[in-house]
Ligand binder design. Structure first.
Ligand code: PEP
Length: 250
């Protein structure tokens, strides 16, 4: 299965000074990690975060990027700009962006294209709303989001795509998917990738689970056969909890 990656999504939290402090606290706790470790920070914290992670095993992610390289897009940040700063990763299609800021499968696909062209690694978020789970269409929703976002992505480029299965009802709610639910959908996403590419590509792609993963439930979720890591919101702001999750990703 894919390489284990534990990524924190700090959302709209921490000033630059606080970002430095948090990374300094995390660094010694994850230095022996056997998985990849990433922190997804607000745009204004990127400089401080890139400075703080120097010489460590921690990568830095932005939480979004625009699909154009430059232009009249007030308030936006391009993938090229992120790459030029030294940022390695970008989170795309997070449900909070889809729900509150109008991101759609189509704009996620465009952002994906721009991010890959710029040389970034993408953490692509997919996941169903509670109503969709209750209607029995979780598989269809996640497969559709995955297929559209990966439209035009070559097999070589797929090596720079991490997929995060994030059921919307589990994000920030304290309500985690059961390990079985998480594994079932991660497996389905892997099958979708196999259908788009081939079995090798599906086996190699990293598929994370995200949604109220914490220090107490991480080991069980990460032990599932199709779960190759986690996208962690709230618990990524607590150094010891984040480190416990990283240690569980073996
Ligand atoms: C997230 O923001 O991607 C997330 C999974 O948040 P939380 O862990 O707080 O549910």
């Amino acid at each position: 299965m894919g390489k284990y990656v534990i990524a924190g999504n700090w959302k709209m939290n921490k000033t630059p000074a606080e970002a430095t402090e948090l990374i300094e606290a995390i660094k010694p706790l994850v230095k022996d990690a056997t998985c990849d470790v990433v922190v997804g920070v607000p745009f204004v914290d990127l400089c401080a975060a890139l400075e703080a992670v120097k010489g460590s095993n921690i990568g830095v992610a932005a939480q979004n990027c625009h699909w154009e390289k430059s232009g009249a897009y007030t308030g936006e940040i391009s993938a090229e700009m992120l790459k030029a700063m030294g940022v390695g990763y970008v989170i795309l299609g997070h449900s909070e962006r889809r729900t509150y800021f109008g991101d759609t499968d189509v704009t996620v696909q465009k952002r994906m294209r721009a991010a890959l062209d710029a040389g970034l690694t993408v953490i692509l978020c997919v996941g169903e709303y509670l109503e969709q789970r209750e209607q029995g269409v979780t598989g269809e929703v996640c497969a559709m989001q995955t297929k559209i976002a990966l439209g035009g992505v070559s097999k070589e480029e797929l090596a720079r795509v991490i997929i995060a299965y994030e059921p919307v009802w589990a994000i920030g709610t304290g309500r985690t998917a059961t390990a079985e639910q998480a594994n079932e959908v991660c497996a389905l996403i892997r099958e979708t990738v196999a259908g788009l590419y081939d079995g090798d590509a599906a086996a190699a792609v990293t598929i994370q689970y995200g949604g109220s993963m914490n220090a107490a439930n991480a080991a069980e979720l990460l032990a599932q056969s199709d779960v190759d890591g986690g996208l962690i919101g709230g618990a990524s702001l607590k150094p010891q909890d984040f480190a416990t999750i990283v240690a569980a990703a073996k």
